[in-house]
Design a protein around this ligand. Sequence first.
Ligand code: NAD
Length: 300
Amino acid sequence: MAKIAFIGLGNMGGGMAANLAKAGHDVQAFDLSQDALTRAVERGCKQASSADAACEGAEAVVTMLPAGKHVAQVYRDQVFGKAPTSALLIDCSTIDIATAREVEEQASAQGYTMVDAPVSGGIAAAEGGTLTFMVGGSEEGFRRAREILEKMGKAVIHAGGPGAGQAAKICNNMLLGASMAATCETFVLAQKLGLDPQTFFDISSKASGQCWSMTSYCPVPGVGPETPADRDYEGGFAAALMLKDLKLAMEAAQQSGAYTPMGGEAEELYQRFVERGGGSKDFSALIKMIDDSWKVTDHQ
Ligand code: NAD
């Protein structure tokens, strides 16, 4: 049993911290929201009075925060110098690669081992302990992190050095955003050409056009396995979070000089969709904007 500080108990962190407690760890939890803290205590965590207090005597610190600015501030003001330098620092938030690398540099300058370990899988996977972790950091950092991350996920993969976890995460999600946009517009075109959506699915899912966005997460209700499309696009992966990841990908592309026209198109489409009020819908609901005449009930 290890003493673990867990900071950031929101939609994702709440379930993750609960799984660490369920595995027998002594989880010292902190969040700015008292509601989130209370829920964590109900699920086996111990309430810390502050992030600093949670870090005292910790063997590991796990953070699950909204964005890079929160991660930089929490590590600078509340983790460094408060957690023992023997504590392993694990940031599971999805943030920009530059901030991930800067915070890791500051950590290692102070004698800490730190890894970035963003996740794939949404709230249900966080609750169920079936996340996939992409880890950036040293071999030693990865080995130590794996023991903890395994209690919250089904796969823990070493992506490379510091920042590599974030790089893998945003590259994967850029591909997902672009492939979902392409799948949406393809089904709209197929329908306009008079093809039945189920018939087109049966053909394309077995032909060279097949991709995960079609075969496992079809944006058309009633077609393929059950997906958020069958629940009027509720639940799943929010379009606003897809937009956040696409923006991180475009920032990284600009900084690294990579040409990513498809990622750029996907970002623009999701930006428009979020501006039109679709941010809380599942990201496959983009199909509704691509074809305004699309009637969800038409194909149920
Ligand atoms: P969330 O907004 O529900 O939770 C973030 C929590 O951090 C909140 O409870 C907030 O009060 C807390 N917080 C913010 N600043 C803090 C501080 N200084 N000290 C302590 N607590 C602080 O967000 P979420 O959906 O849990 O997402 C967390 C991260 O996981 C994000 O980076 C997101 O991109 C990533 N992610 C989310 C999903 C998803 O489906 N929700 C999937 C994969 C990755």
